[in-house]
Ligand binder design. Structure first.
Ligand SMILES: [Zn+2]
Length: 98
C-alpha cells in the first residue's frame, strides 16, 4: 500500500508514495491513481499510485493482462470520501483545526 503516515509540518498525516519509484508524490497534480480491470471492467488488483512520469513504467512492470484505468490523483480523496459517506466540508474544517 502506498499510503503511509508521516510527519509533515509537525503533524502526522497520510502521504502517498509512487508504486514505481517509491518516492513521495508531493503534489497531486503530478500523480495518478490507476488500476487494472478485466474484460468485464471488474478491478483485478488494489489501486496503484504513480507520478505521471512513472505511469508507463509502472504498467510495464506489472502483469500485462487486463486493461488499465487511470485518474488524476487530486480526484482520489474526493472519490474516497464519497465512498465513505464523508461530509467533505465538515472533514476539511476538522482536519485543518488539528
Ligand atoms: Zn514515481
Amino acid at each position: 500500500m502506498s499510503i503511509r503516515m508521516a510527519r509533515d509540518r509537525g503533524l502526522l498525516c497520510p502521504q502517498v508514495f509512487c508504486d514505481f519509484c517509491k518516492l513521495r508524490i508531493e503534489d497531486a497534480k503530478g500523480g495518478n491513481f490507476e488500476y487494472r480491470v478485466d474484460e468485464a471492467a471488474a478491478p483485478m488488483e488494489p489501486v496503484f499510485f504513480s507520478h505521471k512520469r512513472c505511469s508507463d513504467s509502472l504498467r510495464a512492470s506489472r502483469d500485462p493482462r487486463g486493461m488499465w484505468y487511470c485518474d488524476e490523483l487530486w480526484l482520489f480523496p474526493v472519490q474516497l470520501g464519497t465512498s465513505l459517506s464523508v461530509d467533505l466540508k465538515k472533514a476539511e474544517v476538522a482536519a485543518n483545526s488539528l
